[in-house]
Design a protein around this ligand. Structure first.
Ligand SMILES: Cc1cc2nc3c(=O)[nH]c(=O)nc-3n(C[C@H](O)[C@H](O)[C@H](O)COP(=O)(O)OP(=O)(O)OC[C@H]3O[C@@H](n4cnc5c(N)ncnc54)[C@H](O)[C@@H]3O)c2cc1C
Length: 266
């Protein structure tokens, strides 16, 4: 399979977290909806970073390892795709993605897909986007594509991570929040005792923020006019599903529309 794209930017947020910008090599990026994902791939023969677990040598070095990644860039951007990726040290693909440098080649599946988009959200409803780790990626694409100060509905992004340095896109979200009073951004860390500087923000887990929503949000969310999106750690998704169902929210299914939408990464 031809490696049909190039690494145009590599930003290392921490040893375990990178943002990759990828440009197509001789083809045009197709249209996609914010929230959708692309398939990235590298051959087994591609180098792994030396801090990843050691892997058995593959019998087929040309075999392409492919995985899904949510697109973080705006769907209006036709120049590049951006991805927010964390390493799984025992994983097959991410230790190879982390070894990529500017100009290196990569495979990008030519079609982008996925149901985790704003198409299922009723127009003018408030949108609460709950995420842990790289689960923020689809929300970045949504906000970068659609957010405007003239919008009537509220957008809330709650981003959970262990440490403040794991909160990717924090300065961009703080800037958007300053420019657009329709966005509420709540970063939350679960290990404040390990911070280098005292953390003045929210601590705990996404579920703790939900339990304090009436104090933290500029509006009182209720299932009649609010949709909740969940993306990231499966423990957070399952925990939040219990809380939301107890608060009369309903999981969205193809045949029965609801106001809880979720994307499971694993
Ligand atoms: C629709 C969709 C969108 C995705 N978008 C992103 C994204 O934007 N950014 C991103 O980093 N990942 C994303 N993923 C996860 C990604 O597809 C891979 O599963 C992940 O990068 C691990 O790949 P690997 O080959 O290194 O590990 P594998 O060899 O496939 O090992 C997989 C195992 O690693 C664990 N694992 C998988 N993902 C993670 C994770 N993020 N953190 C901790 N443990 C994990 C699970 O136990 C899983 O069984 C997405 C997955 C799906 C289904």
């Amino acid at each position: 399979m031809k490696l049909n794209a190039l690494i145009a930017q590599r930003v290392e947020l921490s040893p375990d977290l990178i943002i990759l910008r990828i440009i197509p090599d001789g083809w045009e990026l197709p249209d996609f909806k914010p929230g959708q994902f692309a398939v990235l791939g590298l051959p087994c023969s591609a180098e792994r970073v030396d801090f990843a677990d050691i892997e058995e040598k593959s019998s087929n070095p040309d075999k392409l390892i492919r995985r899904a990644y949510s697109i973080a860039s705006s769907s209006t951007n036709k120049e590049y795709l951006e991805f927010y990726i964390n390493i799984v040290r025992s994983g097959e693909l991410t230790p190879r993605l982390f070894a990529l440098q500017l100009g290196d080649k990569i495979f990008v599946g030519p079609k982008f897909t996925g149901m985790f988009t704003l198409e299922m959200v009723k127009q003018h409803n408030n949108i609460i986007m709950l995420s842990t780790g790289t689960g923020l990626a689809p929300y970045m694409s949504m906000l970068r594509t659609i957010l405007k100060p003239s919008m009537k509905n509220h957008f809330v992004v709650v981003h959970g991570a262990r440490h403040s340095w794991d909160l990717g896109y924090r300065s961009e979200l703080m800037t958007i929040r300053t420019l657009c009073n329709k966005l509420t951004y709540i970063p939350v860390i679960s290990r404040p005792n390990e911070e280098m500087l005292k953390w003045g923000g929210q601590t705990g887990h996404i579920q703790d923020i939900w339990n304090n929503k009436n104090e933290l949000l500029p509006f009182k969310p209720n299932p009649a006019d609010t949709h909740v999106l969940l993306c990231g750690n499966p423990g957070m998704i399952d925990g939040m599903l219990i809380n939301l169902i107890a608060d009369d929210y309903v999981e969205h299914k193809k045949k029965s529309p609801g106001n809880i939408h979720l994307e499971r990464y694993w």
